[in-house]
Design a binder for this molecule. Structure first.
Ligand SMILES: NC(=O)c1ccc[n+]([C@@H]2O[C@H](COP(=O)([O-])OP(=O)(O)OC[C@H]3O[C@@H](n4cnc5c(N)ncnc54)[C@H](OP(=O)(O)O)[C@@H]3O)[C@@H](O)[C@H]2O)c1
Length: 227
């Protein structure tokens, strides 16, 4: 299995690289030129393609021959970074490649997710302030996901809860909609978010699904398992 990690130098990306190497996969990593040193620990075991993840030439070179593409979607700046990244992967990955994308719970595929008042307010404030400062463009992550959902590619969009660092607690559990009781704890270890994305590469039941995940040892996940 040859996989490409788009956004390999970030926190989630580095976990993705490590899990992929642990499974014996051949890994190609894409990251900004200035972030290449962050991958020094694995530089002799992976191929690094430096460049912006929304650059079609960079993505084209990186995904060639890959069976799977794991993309960290981030809405940095006001440059359509997420949608540009997603579009390049959708257009340029091998025809049968498994495409797995990361995003947050705020993305809704079918409008059936139920968000708390606090969640919606925080999101609205972050979106406004982010845009005002020209730092992040949260609605571009929505646009990226709209394009993925409309695609007939073999995609999975993994929607992460709040994240924390720490040792793995195992594969997160998931549900279709935010607001489902199993997800109530709203916390996942970042390493396990990456684990779920790696597992999705070989789990055909997740093709064209947008699972919302939560840590498997959180109180809500345990309560659900007990029930
Ligand atoms: N943070 C959370 O609590 C949270 C919650 C739910 C879901 N998620 C999702 O999890 C994924 C990873 O998010 P994360 O917050 O954990 O961050 P992360 O893994 O550290 O990833 C951040 C990515 O953004 C890149 N980046 C940073 N500044 C940039 C800039 N100015 N221009 C272009 N790229 C830039 C980083 O690349 P460099 O290495 O080059 O800086 C890195 O690839 C995202 O898809 C996010 O939507 C996060």
């Amino acid at each position: 299995m040859k996989v490409c990690v788009v956004g390999a130098s970030g926190k989630l990306g580095q976990y993705l690289v490590r899990h992929a190497l642990d499974r014996g996969y051949e890994v190609v990593g894409v990251c900004r030129e200035k972030s290449v040193p962050k991958l020094a620990a694995v530089a002799d075991r992976i191929t690094i393609v430096p460049g912006p993840t929304n650059d079609r030439e960079v993505i084209g070179a990186a995904v060639a021959g890959c069976d799977g593409v794991l993309s960290v979607l981030v809405p940095w700046g006001v440059q359509q970074y997420s949608s540009g990244t997603a579009q390049a992967v959708l257009d340029l990955a091998e025809p049968d490649a498994r495409l797995v994308f990361s995003c947050g719970w705020h993305i809704s595929r079918d409008g059936q997710d139920r968000y708390s008042w606090r969640f919606r307010t925080a999101l609205r404030v972050a979106a406004r302030v982010g845009k005002l400062l020209r730092a992040v463009e949260i609605d571009d992550q929505d646009e990226a996901c709209r394009r993925i959902f409309a695609s007939d590619r073999r995609w999975t969009v993994v929607r992460g809860s709040d994240l924390e660092e720490g040792d793995s607690q195992g594969l997160p559990v998931w549900s279709w909609h935010v607001g489902d009781p199993v997800l109530e704890s709203n916390l996942t270890r970042r390493t396990d978010f990456a684990l779920f994305m790696i597992e999705a590469l070989t789990d055909d039941s997740l093709v064209r699904e947008a699972p919302a995940i939560v840590g498997r040892t959180t109180p809500s996940a345990r309560a659900h398992a007990a029930a």
